[in-house]
Design a protein around this ligand. Structure first.
Ligand code: SF4
Length: 243
């Protein structure tokens, strides 16, 4: 499985924020986010520059499990990049984690564009659909990103799993400005996910940026009765790898 990094930290976002967690970050992504304002994706080393030389590379699942056993914590977060690009490996990885520790809580963080059998093995799917404000305008990736960032069929499949109580799901949106809200409301109308499962998060890769945007995002959460989530790892450590 192509891995960028393995590390032990706390979850910084969403409903399991604050939980000590073992992170498995896969390398490579099927999108190229560049947010309004100019920031690239905060893990550009897995998307824009997925250089296997600078990341861990292609390693057997046993080695990932071996690292996890060192910490044996309750929470495991599989993130990226886009982990669902490796669906077969993802199924195997999740089932091995559950075999080693049946009590572990597996969160898969995804942009939601590739639905897969892995939903049956995880406990929480954290879907972060990428809004128009993530488009890398005037770059070679603009068309690819615009064509791929929203997959309604996949989003509907995830939502059906939630409705059938097969899996817990949170919908997490990066907010760059008020203009993002209409797109979220349109998606909610189309897919039918519940407001109680929606988390809004300010876009930013420094504490200063988060501070500038935080209050506005909180007001939007109050107005639409969505949940607010901060980015604890950015506040605590800044835009660093391995945290
Ligand atoms: S989907 Fe996620 S990992 Fe991929 S480019 Fe966008 S922010 Fe980065």
């Amino acid at each position: 499985m192509k891995i960028s990094e393995l590390f032990y930290s706390i979850q910084g976002e969403g409903k399991r924020a604050g939980k000590p967690s073992f992170f498995i970050r896969t390398n490579h992504c099927n999108l190229r986010c560049q947010f309004a304002g100019g920031n690239l994706c905060d893990t550009a080393y897995t998307s824009w520059n997925p250089d296997d030389e600078k990341n861990i590379g292609d390693i057997p699942i046993e080695r990932i499990i071996g690292e996890y056993i060192k910490y044996n914590c309750m929470d495991v977060v599989i993130t990226g990049g886009e982990p669902s690009m490796f669906t077969e490996d993802l199924n195997l990885l999740c089932s091995e984690l559950k075999r080693i520790n049946p009590e572990c809580v597996i969160t898969i963080e995804t942009n939601g564009t590739i639905f897969g059998k892995y939903v049956e093995y995880a406990d929480l799917i954290s879907i972060s659909p990428k809004l128009k404000s993530s488009t890398p305008f005037a770059t070679p990736y603009e068309k690819m990103h615009s064509n791929n960032r929203i997959n309604l069929e996949s989003f509907n499949q995830f939502n059906e799993c939630k409705e059938k109580k097969i899996i817990d799901i949170q919908w997490k949106f990066v907010i760059t400005s008020d203009e993002d809200l209409q797109e979220i409301l349109n998606l909610q109308k189309e897919i039918g996910f519940k407001s109680k499962d929606v988390y809004l998060m300010p876009e930013g890769i420094s504490e200063e940026e988060l501070t500038l945007k935080r209050l506005n995002v909180i007001e939007l959460c109050k107005k639409y009765q969505f949940n607010y989530t901060d980015r604890l790892h950015v506040i605590i450590w800044g835009n660093k790898r391995g945290v």
